[in-house]
Design a binder for this molecule. Structure first.
Ligand code: NAG
Ligand code: NAG
Ligand code: NAG
Length: 346
């Protein structure tokens, strides 16, 4: 017990003496020192050579240094920093203030730092880097800018006005103020939810989607037509952000029965017998050319009809040959005789 007390007091004495001797110089902190090398450690000048003195060299602690050695000065000019010597010289232990120019800040958030001229003739610490200060604005998240058209500036001390890009009414406060601490005075508003009403049904067609009572913006409805019907219009419609559909629903158009039996007609540029055409039908939108007889001459002229949604009229001039004419005089059918000269047709 006595022994421990004695050791403790001895340790206290030694420490006190040491601190008196060294001032407030820290002990060498190996590992934490950023410098690659520290000069030789020492306790008194006698530990160093004739030119060197035992001086406190920052985190290297007491070290043998040449006091007259200088650190680089002046430093190369920089766009972001201003350097100022705080000591009369730039030799060992001189202090240098590095201050960020206006609009720049150190990564620590401060605008200045102090460096000390070390025994290795370098200024202490890392090269300070001043970076441009972020503008003093309030944040506008992408989601907000994607939803609203924003008038005004998001800078501190100013206000903005929201309007929904969709044209929908705003729910919440329409004007917001950017406060000094770069926060908005109010939460961002929201846009009233928009829906599209079910589009009208397509006869002879069906939708490739779950039928709903209302559809969200961006929802697509795809259409198909029943067999033998032709889609006329968009295959897909989309619910727009203003609650309208991108287009009217399409129509499913019926094929047309060719209203001729014993005459050839021109379909798709080919002269054919109706009974040679599949189902004797043409699709919606197809042109069918009929042959009519010249009222006085033994020649034919053509007239065009278009199939529209199941309706294909025979032209007024067309006369359906009788069964006998067709069987007995096939070469005298109007569709088979000579074409009239252009001059013959009035
Ligand atoms: C910002 O400032 C406003 C008003 O000065 C205050 O009400 C709000 O709590 C502050 N917000 C933060 C995150 O400091
Ligand atoms: C919705 O927007 C579309 C395209 O932007 C436009 O053509 C349509 O007229 C608008 N409808 C209404 C009801 O405003
Ligand atoms: C039908 O005829 C019109 C005019 O004669 C032409 O513009 C159109 O392309 C034709 N349609 C088809 C499907 O051939």
């Amino acid at each position: 017990m006595d022994c421990v007390l004695l050791l403790l007091s001895l340790w206290a004495l030694v420490t006190t003496v040491y601190l008196q001797d060294t001032g407030s110089c820290p002990e060498r902190l190996l590992g934490e020192e950023r410098r690659r090398t520290c000069p030789r450690p020492c306790k008194t000048d006698s530990d160093c050579g004739s030119k060197r003195q035992c001086l406190c060299d920052g985190q290297c602690g007491l070290s043998c240094v040449v006091p007259g050695r200088t650190c680089p000065w002046p430093l190369p000019p920089s766009d972001s920093t201003e350097d100022r010597l705080l000591s009369p010289t730039h030799s060992f232990s001189a202090l240098l203030e590095v201050r960020c120019k206006p609009g720049f800040k150190l990564s620590t958030g401060l605008d200045a730092t102090i460096r000390r001229c070390q025994g290795d003739r370098q200024w202490s610490g890392d090269e300070p880097i001043c970076t441009a200060e972020s503008d003093s604005t309030c944040p506008l998240p992408d989601q907000v800018t994607a939803t609203f058209s924003i008038q005004g500036s998001a800078a501190v001390g100013t206000s903005i006005l929201y309007s929904c890009l969709s044209g929908a009414p705003i729910v919440g406060i329409r004007e917001n103020f950017c406060q000094d601490n770069q926060t908005w005075q109010y939460p961002h508003p929201i846009c009233e939810k928009v829906f599209c009403q079910p589009p009208k049904e397509v006869e002879k067609g069906y939708v490739v989607a779950v039928q709903k009572t209302e559809y969200e913006v961006g929802f697509d409805i795809h259409y198909l037509c029943k067999k033998s019907f032709l889609l006329d219009g968009p295959q897909k419609i989309t619910c727009l952000s203003n609650g309208s559909w991108s287009a009217s629903p399409p129509h499913c158009r019926a094929r047309c029965l060719i209203p001729a039996e014993r005459s050839r007609v021109v379909i798709g540029g080919v002269k054919r017998w109706p009974f040679d055409v599949t189902d004797a039908m043409v699709p919606h939108g197809e042109n069918v050319t009929f042959f009519c007889k010249h009222p006085r001459k033994q020649c034919s002229f053509t007239t065009l009809q278009v199939c529209f949604d199941g309706k294909l009229q025979t032209p007024a001039c067309y006369l359906e040959p009788t069964w006998l004419q067709f069987k007995l005089f096939p070469h005298r059918l109007v569709s088979e005789i000579e074409k009239c000269d252009p001059g013959d047709v009035e």
